[in-house]
Design a protein around this ligand. Structure first.
Ligand code: XMP
Length: 321
């Protein structure tokens, strides 16, 4: 890999911010750029860096793919409004669910999401706004894992031989490409992001589609969204690196109201990790697991079974897709 990593102990966040804002303004000149904010650490840091460098010449969109968590689009738009950044909510649910329809293979699902983002949604937004550049928060780990062939991260283009200008009609600027997550958090703090954002657990670009095994339909996303809300409420104080719910494809026999119910299975994962490259399951107290099972089976329609993942990464990965 010819990208030079800046390690945590080498990072001076203020100097990094000054250099990157300078670099972004000099690349752009007086041109326009767009970026997509998901509210995750990486895209939030890029949004503030970009606005510092370009002000109103950066148009920021929240792409509502239909795959985000409960209430997330509105919450993030409001939070950035308080930080003085205007974010436009762009409804692209039909595009994403259309591209995901009938797809069950994990890499095909990731490819469908990548092309919905870059070709359909950004292709149109670039034309509409007249922007020449897309600013995005690709980080060092994303590149490393994609190049190693572990999993195609949704935002990797050039390292897979994709020329975004030829393929989609715009260039990409990736100011965070030399940093890993813990360094990006420090830059976010130095930029004045609230702790809720700079310390947020990671969330994948393909969003809840990374947590639905099998076909990603609006109904199946609704199921995993309900379980995710409970897992996040119950585990937010756990101190873990990341915690999530996965909807399985197989059904299992359960009992509901005294009758047989051929129902859905949710798998809970909770990870100890520093950089997402390796991880191990958190040794959660049994009463926490008990409460998770109780709440998910009673509050999420159709779920009759809840399991807890006890596998390390590797051989597991953090997400299921
Ligand atoms: P895996 O599942 O590969 O995940 O062990 C490693 C870390 O990356 C997140 N993740 C993604 N992040 N785009 C992203 O921006 C993606 O396509 C993607 N897939 C996984 C995952 O949540 C974990 O923190």
């Amino acid at each position: 890999m010819d990208i030079q990593e800046i390690r945590l102990e080498q990072l001076d966040p203020d100097k990094f911010i000054a250099e990157k804002t300078e670099e972004i303004s000099s690349i752009l000149g007086d041109g326009l750029a767009i970026n997509a904010l998901s509210g995750g650490v990486d895209s939030s840091v890029v949004t503030l860096l970009g606005h510092k460098a370009l002000g109103d010449r950066l148009k920021t969109f929240f792409i509502d793919s239909g795959l985000m968590r409960d209430g997330e689009p509105e919450h993030i738009v409001a939070l950035f409004k308080d930080l003085g950044v205007k974010v436009e909510l762009f409804n692209a649910q039909q595009t994403f669910f259309g591209a995901l329809k009938g797809r069950t293979d994990p890499e095909e699902k990731r490819e469908a999401i990548t092309s919905s983002f870059y070709r359909e949604v950004f292709g149109d937004l670039v034309k509409e706004t007249g922007a020449k550049y897309l600013l995005q928060g690709t980080n060092y780990t994303d590149i490393e894992e994609t190049v190693a062939g572990i999993k195609r991260q949704h935002n990797i283009l050039e390292q897979l031989g994709i020329d975004p200008e030829k393929m989609y009609g715009y260039k990409v600027i990736e100011p965070l490409i030399q940093l890993r997550k813990s360094s990006i958090r420090l830059v976010g703090k130095a930029l004045g992001l609230p702790e809720e954002i700079y310390n947020r657990p990671p969330f994948p670009g393909p969003a809840l589609a990374a947590r639905v095994i099998g076909e990603t339909t609006p109904e199946r996303v609704e199921t995993v969204r309900g379980a995710t809300k409970i897992v996040e409420e119950e585990l937010s104080e756990s101190g873990a690196f990341q915690y999530l719910a996965i909807l399985h494809e197989d059904r299992v026999v359960g009992i509901r109201e005294g009758k047989r119910d051929f129902g859905l299975q949710i798998e809970v994962r909770c990870w100890e990790s520093t950089d997402a490259v390796t991880g191990s399951p958190t040794r959660l107290p049994y009463d926490v697991l008990d409460r998770l099972a109780e709440r998910i089976t009673s509050e999420v329609p159709g779920v009759v079974s809840v399991t807890y993942n006890i596998t390390k990464k590797p051989p597991s990965t953090i997400e299921a897709v």
